[in-house]
Design a protein around this ligand. Structure first.
Ligand code: MN
Length: 234
């Protein structure tokens, strides 16, 4: 019996729904692009000319559409970052920009939830970002749409409403490094593989979130995502 091979039960497979089907996309790793929209770089007070960089979240940080995110511990400044999510069906090393789209299964709408106070504190003392970025429930992600159905979006409105009010609004065309360039660059650093997803950076307008807030995100031509911020987990 396969289960007898493990000394403890293996963790459940993290997954994202595929829109309009009963199928799931199994998530291997979550990569995130830092600083990929000019207006967000400006609001964070960073160098506009520096190339984007990558950080990661655990696969089990995924929260599905309609889910509730318990307000995370240790922060007084939880922020939303609405982002285009790219889901890979294949990977490799040193993927060229013109082959990168061939690796893409589909796209979704995600939120890179950020404990901004902890992220900035880590940044300032040159420590890693995990405590600010890679916490439990930090990666809400709506249902994926296959590229075979929607193509490869390069423009279209990306927005987030908090309690009905627009907080973030931008356009995919404002990305400094486009999706194929992000895939190509990341594949120089690690071997990408099927199941990896990439959160591709956020437009400006990031703001603090409170318990009870309803976050509604939409990317034109891609889809929607709604999550609610709940009380802290006990
Ligand atoms: Mn982000």
């Amino acid at each position: 019996m396969a289960e007898d091979r493990y000394v403890i039960p293996p963790a459940p497979q993290a997954a994202i729904a595929v829109q309009g089907t009963s199928k799931l996309f199994p998530v291997r790793r979550i990569w995130c692009v830092g600083r990929n929209y000019l207006e967000h770089i400006k609001e964070m007070g960073q160098d506009e000319r520096a190339p984007p960089f990558f950080f990661a979240k655990p696969a089990d940080a995924i929260v599905p559409d309609g889910g509730t995110v318990p307000y995370p511990p240790l922060t007084k400044d939880l922020h939303h970052e609405v982002e285009l999510v790219v889901a890979l069906k294949s990977g490799g090393r040193n993927i060229s920009v013109n082959k990168a789209n061939d690796c893409i299964y589909g796209y979704g709408v995600g939120i890179d939830l950020t404990r901004r106070d902890l992220q900035i504190a880590s940044r300032d003392i040159k420590r890693p970002w995990e405590i600010g970025k890679a916490f439990d429930h930090s990666a809400p992600c709506g249902a994926l749409r296959p590229a075979a159905e929607i193509g490869h979006p390069t423009k279209g409105k990306i927005m987030l409403r908090g309690n009905g009010k627009i907080r973030q609004e931008g356009d995919l065309a404002q990305m400094i490094w486009n999706v194929p360039e992000c895939i190509s660059k990341l594949s120089e650093m690690v071997a990408l593989a099927a199941g990896d997803i990439i959160m591709t950076g956020t437009p400006s307008g990031v703001t603090p979130i409170s318990v009870g807030d309803k976050l509604e995100c939409e990317i034109e031509g891609v889809g929607k995502l709604t999550v609610t911020i709940g009380p802290p987990a006990k």
